[in-house]
Design a protein around this ligand. Structure first.
Ligand code: GTP
Ligand code: MG
Length: 484
C-alpha cells in the first residue's frame, strides 16, 4: 500500500543503480538507449496492475478539480505539499537520489501534455496513447529551427494518463537537471519529491494530507543512496513508526478510560504494566538512531597510519580503481582525499590521509594535522600498520577503530589476533576488511519492519517519551511525535 507505485519503481532502480564512483555511466547515446528498450517491458511488468491504477488515480490528484486555488499556495518548504498543487502543473524526479542508469521524471497536470510535446520529438509520428512507450529526442523549449544546434537527450516518454507523463532519461544529474529546467521554462513547476502528490492513501482527494511521519519518511527515502538504507526508510513510509505511535496512543487512551471507570484521578493511574514494554521499545529506537539518522549521508571511514604503510594502496584496493597515488616514496599523500563507495549496501565515504609522523616541513605538517582532524571526526578509523611499522597511538579518541596489518606478505611469524591482515597490492584480505567495516558500522541497523527515527524531531520526541511516565504526558508526547 502507500507508495507502492514508487516501491515498484525502486527495485528497478536498485537493479540498475550504480551509485559507485567508479561506475559512472557515460552519456546515453541512442544506441545505448536502444539497448535499454528490451528491459523496459520487464520493468513495466514489475509494476503490478494495482500500482498502475494508483498512478492513474495520482493523475487525478493533479487535475484542476482537486487542486488548491492559487491564493492558497505556500512558498516555504513547509508548504511544499500545498505548492505542489498550486497551478496543477508539476514535475519531479520520481526515482531516488544517487546515480542510476535510468531516472524517471514525473510530469503532472493539465498542461503536462503540451509541455512534454513542446520539448520532445518522438521517433515515430504516431499519436501518443495511454501506457505506450515513445522513444525520441528531448531538445527542450527551443524553436524547431534551432533544434539542430542544441544537443538533445535520447529519452523515453510514457503517457500514463492524459494529465500524467513519465520521462525516462539517463540517470546522471546533468540529464535530469536539464529536463526539469526545460519543463520549468514551459510552465511546469519542479517540486521537491516529497511534495509530489504520491497516492497515499489513495481513497480520497484529501488523502494527500499524509501523516507527518510518513511524509518525513518519504522525504528521507528519496535521498537514500542504497537499497539497504532505503529499506529502512521504506519501512517507515509503510507506517512502522506511525503505526507504533498510534498503537501506543490507543493503549494509553484505554488506560485513561480504565482509570476513569475506577474513579482514579484522570490520567494518573498506575500504568507500570505497560511502561516497561513501552520504554524498552523507545530505547531500542533510540539505539538505532545513530544509523537511522544517517540514512541520507555516507558513513565517513578514514584510513590513517604512518607514511608508506599502504594507505593509498588500500583505498585503491577497496574501491577497485586507482583513486589515490601510491608510490614507494614515503610522504606521497599530502592532503585528505575522498572517494565514495558502497560496502554491503552502506554508503561510505573513504578518506585517504597523509602519513602521520614528526615532520619539520610546513606543508607536510599541515597535511598531518588535516589527517588527524579527519580521523577525530570519522565514524570509523582504519588504523593501518605493517610488520615493520607500528600503528599510530589511538589517544583518547572515541572514534571506533579497526586495526589493519597491511603488507602481511612481509610478515615473519604470526600477527596479533584481532588485527585484519591485508596485502593491498594483491587484494588478499580485502574481503575480510570490507565485512569488518560493514559489521562495525551497521551494528545498530533496525531489523526489517521495525519503527526507527529518521530525524532530530523524532529523536527529541523519543527522548521525551523515554523519561515520561504519566499517561497524560505520554499521550501529549506521542501526539507530538505523530502530528508535530
Ligand atoms: N609488499 C607490499 N607492498 C605494498 C603493500 N601495500 C602497498 N605496498 C607498497 O608500499 C608502497 C607505499 O604504498 P602507499 O599506498 O603509497 O603507502 P601510503 O601509506 O599511502 O604512503 P604515504 O602516502 O606516503 O603516507 C608502495 O610501493 C606500494 O606498492 C602490500 O600489501 N605489500
Ligand atoms: Mg598515500
Amino acid at each position: 500500500m502507500g507508495l507502492s507505485s514508487w516501491a515498484g519503481v525502486f527495485p528497478y532502480i536498485s537493479r540498475f543503480g550504480v551509485s559507485h564512483g567508479s561506475h559512472v555511466q557515460p552519456g546515453l547515446t541512442p544506441k545505448r538507449l536502444m539497448g535499454f528498450l528490451p528491459m523496459i517491458p520487464a520493468y513495466l511488468l514489475r509494476i503490478r496492475r494495482k500500482q498502475w491504477r494508483q498512478f492513474i488515480q495520482l493523475a487525478r490528484f493533479v487535475t484542476p478539480k482537486t487542486m488548491s486555488s492559487k491564493k492558497n499556495c505556500g512558498d516555504g518548504k513547509a508548504d511544499l505539499h500545498a505548492a505542489a498543487s498550486c497551478d496543477g502543473n508539476v514535475c519531479t524526479r520520481l526515482t531516488g537520489a544517487g546515480r542510476s542508469a535510468i531516472a524517471v521524471i514525473g510530469v503532472g497536470g493539465p498542461a503536462s501534455r503540451a509541455a512534454v510535446m513542446q520539448c520532445f520529438t518522438a521517433a515515430s509520428p504516431r499519436e501518443l496513447k495511454s501506457n505506450e512507450i515513445r522513444y525520441g529526442d528531448w531538445h527542450g523549449a527551443v524553436a524547431e529551427s534551432s533544434q539542430a544546434a542544441i544537443p538533445s537527450e535520447s529519452i523515453v516518454v510514457i503517457m500514463r494518463h492524459e494529465d500524467l507523463f513519465e520521462v525516462h532519461c539517463h540517470g546522471g544529474s546533468a540529464a535530469i537537471d536539464r529536463i526539469l529546467a526545460d519543463l520549468e521554462q514551459v510552465g511546469i513547476t519542479p517540486v521537491d519529491n516529497a511534495a509530489w502528490p504520491h497516492p497515499w492513501p489513495i481513497a480520497s482527494p484529501d488523502a494527500v494530507a499524509r501523516p507527518l511521519l510518513i511524509r518525513e519518511a518519504t522525504d528521507t527515502l528519496t535521498q537514500c543512496q542504497t537499497v539497504r538504507t532505503a529499506a529502512v526508510a521504506m519501512d517507515q513510509v509503510r507506517g512502522a513508526m506511525h503505526d507504533w505511535a498510534v498503537k501506543w496512543l490507543g493503549v494509553f487512551a484505554a488506560r485513561r478510560d480504565a482509570d476513569r471507570a475506577a474513579d482514579l484521578p484522570l490520567d494518573r493511574g498506575a500504568i507500570n504494566d505497560h511502561l516497561t514494554e513501552f520504554h524498552g521499545e523507545v530505547q531500542s529506537m533510540l539505539d538505532y538512531a545513530s544509523v537511522t539518522m544517517r540514512l541520507t549521508a555516507p558513513f565517513r571511514v578514514v584510513l590513517a597510519g604512518r607514511p608508506n604503510v599502504g594507505k593509498s594502496s588500500l583505498i585503491n584496493a577497496i574501491l577497485g580503481y586507482d583513486r589515490s597515488i601510491a608510490t614507494p616514496v614515503a610522504g606521497t599523500t599530502r592532503d585528505v582525499l575522498h572517494a565514495e563507495t558502497i560496502i554491503d549496501g552502506l554508503p561510505i565515504r573513504l578518506s585517504d590521509t597523509a602519513g602521520i609522523h614528526d615532520s619539520d616541513e610546513s606543508i607536510e605538517r599541515e597535511g598531518i594535522s588535516r589527517a588527524l582532524r579527519e580521523a577525530s571526526t570519522a565514524d570509523l578509523v582504519l588504523a593501518i600498520q605493517t610488520p615493520d611499522t607500528p600503528a599510530i597511538v589511538k589517544g583518547d579518541s572515541q572514534v571506533p577503530q579497526i586495526e589493519v596489518l597491511n603488507k602481511s606478505d612481509l610478515l615473519r611469524g604470526s600477527a596479533a589476533k584481532d588485527v585484519i591482515q591485508t596485502v593491498a597490492t594483491t587484494g588478499v584480505g580485502i574481503d575480510v576488511l570490507l565485512a569488518a567495516i560493514a559489521n562495525r558500522l551497521a551494528d545498530a541497523f533496525p531489523p526489517p519492519s521495525a519503527p526507527a527515527p529518521l530525524n532530530e524531531r523524532q529523536v527529541r520526541c523519543l527522548e521525551t517519551l523515554r523519561s515520561t511516565t504519566e499517561t497524560l504526558a505520554l499521550r501529549i508526547a506521542l501526539g507530538e511525535l505523530v502530528e508535530g
